[in-house]
Design a protein around this ligand. Structure first.
Ligand code: SF4
Length: 591
């Protein structure tokens, strides 16, 4: 089928061997690559109940039919495995420039199993696969590792994905980084690479993905550019990036603050998009093939971090360190962001764990003296997590295990072991549904339903009928994850546009019902994987504090509202009343 090379690379890290396998065309027509292909490969290859950090757990990297095309927002890859953080499906996505050299190796997916006896980095090209000794890179941070490998492959236009010291030590929320600051951040994929002693993977080649209509893609992208380049959503992302959400969420009383005990941080103006513009030198920065340019290359102008430069901080990092830990200095948040990037840790999980540790300290449950708003203490804590020393070793186990160890399980905020993003569901009840049923835990990106609620597409307090709109959002996001395209193009790539993109790249003509069927098929695959790994519908819930502890404005979630929305969701998905029946035909929305 067009849009694919129709082959995957399988690497045995234990014996340092490799083979290629064809991809079943019918599967590709159903799953469209990316997330769908990745979950399907995990279901085929992973033994049920596997220990996530054992050699038998597979790491899968996938591309989609838009990879290395002129389709805007298409420079992304997906990385999947059984998550060491949740024990369920782990998948994460990253932009930057890496997906292009990855695609030019001539594969649709890379499947890695086993574990090397000593540190290696793997060079994957369209002509060969080589395993290089990485002993000298072990212990280096992500920037140093990327620089070192790119200088070895300087003639090759190579792209590199790497882990930092946290991944080496299997910190359960370690990330995979590329292009310095782009992270496949959530669910601990960096720990899987670390458990296999794979420090980095480099990609290069000259293979061109075959497309159904290359000229049509060119004309289509020109048209999208001229229609949306000056759109107000493009302007907002280009001018302010995701930090514009700081003002919006504080106004909506949904900005998680003081470890989820408040929906508003009184010092939020000092960590907002305006504060970034005032106190940092900020320039827009884009992934390859993008006209939106939500990225911000920021440099600290004054103070103890003068000159520090990175791409970011993103809204989620600001909420995690600014709101949850109450750091009211944008420069200090840049510094904590930089530490997480270098060490290779997810900023959302790190911020949540730091705030939990502060609560533990305030209750005298740990010997460390930690307080809200103290950036130096948090920086020290991040280093300890990466080193797995002292309290850091406990926090490195992730929110579920760490909170149980500390006797704070009732205080901890997570779903299925993954902490939520910066949208307090007590202010946005559709996000309550999103966090409860997302296949990777409390994730905002599987549906981006905050958008529907904040933009007023549906009343905040509506319960009946909310799941119907939610499934529409979730299905479109699933298609983005299969193709693979950036979330921030979701308003531009409506159902009709997604259909057009699929036809231009693969040649498949799919109407809206057929698109929704494919998204539902992929959601079923993810659910099947999670049920295989022991998930039950009892895991489709929220932490008790969201029901029992109202925000200052009285906002809370009523248990019966959440369960009504979940029931409606199960029904639309065709999963039966108990959420376990994966063999029914999903009830599809009208075409
Ligand atoms: S909108 Fe942002 S994340 Fe998406 S492709 Fe563009 S720069 Fe990358």
């Amino acid at each position: 089928m067009n849009g694919f090379f129709n082959r995957i690379l399988v690497i045995d890290a234990t014996h340092q061997t490799f083979s290629t396998e064809p991809v079943n065309e019918t599967d590709l027509q159903l799953m469209l690559g990316g997330k769908g292909l990745g979950v399907s490969l995990l279901l085929q290859k992973n033994p049920a109940g596997v220990d996530p950090l054992s050699p038998e757990n597979h790491l899968v990297i996938t591309l989609g039919p838009t990879s290395d095309s002129l389709i805007y927002g298409s420079c992304r890859y997906c990385i999947l495995s059984k998550s060491p953080l949740t024990g369920f499906l782990g998948h994460s996505y990253s932009g930057g420039h890496l997906a292009i050299p990855m695609s030019r190796t001539g594969y649709d997916a890379f499947v890695i199993h086993g574990a090397s006896e000593k540190p290696v980095w793997i060079e994957i090209s369209d002509t060969d696969i080589q395993f290089h000794d990485a002993t000298g890179l072990w212990g280096k941070d992500t920037y140093q590792t990327e620089d070192a490998i790119k200088s070895i492959l300087s003639d090759m236009n190579a792209g590199v994905m790497t882990i930092g010291p946290a991944g080496e030590k299997c910190v359960r929320f370690a990330v995979v980084e590329n292009d310095y600051w782009r992270s496949a951040g959530r669910t601990g994929m960096g720990a899987i690479m670390g458990s296999k002693q794979i420090k980095a993977i480099a990609f290069h080649g000259i293979q061109q993905r075959p497309f159904a209509d290359p000229e049509g893609i060119r004309a289509y992208s020109k048209q999208i550019l001229s229609t949306f380049r000056d759109h107000k959503a493009t302007d907002a992302y280009r001018n302010f990036g995701t930090p514009m959400m700081v003002a919006m969420l504080n106004t909506a009383n949904a900005f998680p603050t003081r470890y989820w005990s408040s929906g508003k941080f009184e010092n939020w103006p000092s960590i907002s998009a305006d504060a970034m513009a005032d106190r940092l030198n900020v320039k827009p920065k884009s992934c390859k093939t993008c006209f939106i340019g939500c990225g911000k290359l920021s440099q600290v102008k004054a103070g103890r971090h003068t000159g520090l430069k990175l791409e970011g901080p993103e809204y989620e990092t600001i909420y995690a360190f600014g709101g949850l830990c109450m750091i009211d200095s944008i420069e200090e948040i840049v510094h904590l962001n930089d530490l997480c990037d270098r060490l290779g840790m997810d900023t959302i999980s790190a911020g949540n764990l730091a705030a939990l540790a502060i609560e533990a300290s305030l209750r005298n449950l740990i010997s460390e003296k930690l307080e809200y708003g103290n950036a130096r203490q948090i920086a020290d804590l991040l280093q300890k997590i990466s080193d797995r020393s002292g309290i850091g070793d406990i926090l490195a186990r992730g929110i579920k295990a760490a909170s149980q160890y500390l006797g704070l399980a009732d205080l901890a905020i997570h779903v299925k072991g993954l902490e939520p993003a910066g949208y307090d569901p007590r202010g946005l009840n559709g996000m309550a549904l999103a966090y409860a049923v997302s296949d990777r835990g409390a994730c905002h990106l599987r549906s981006t339903f905050y958008k529907a609620e904040l933009a007023g597409l549906i009343p905040l307090d509506q319960v009946d009928g909310k799941a119907k709109l939610f499934v529409d959002f979730e299905d479109r996001c699933t298609l983005h994850d299969c193709l693979i395209t950036c979330r921030f193009y979701r308003d531009f790539y409506t159902w009709d546009e997604l259909s057009r993109i699929i036809e231009l790249t693969t040649g498949l003509k799919l109407n809206r019902v057929e698109l929704a069927e494919r998204a539902a098929y992929v959601s079923n695959l993810a659910r099947r994987f999670n049920i295989q790994e022991g998930m039950t519908p009892l895991d489709d819930t929220l932490p008790g504090r969201f029901f029992n502890e109202p925000l200052e404005n009285g906002a809370t979630i009523r248990t019966e509202d959440l369960y009504r929305m979940i029931q409606e969701y199960y029904l639309i998905r065709g999963w039966g009343k108990d959420g376990l029946d994966l063999n029914r035909t999903p009830i599809l929305r009208d075409a």
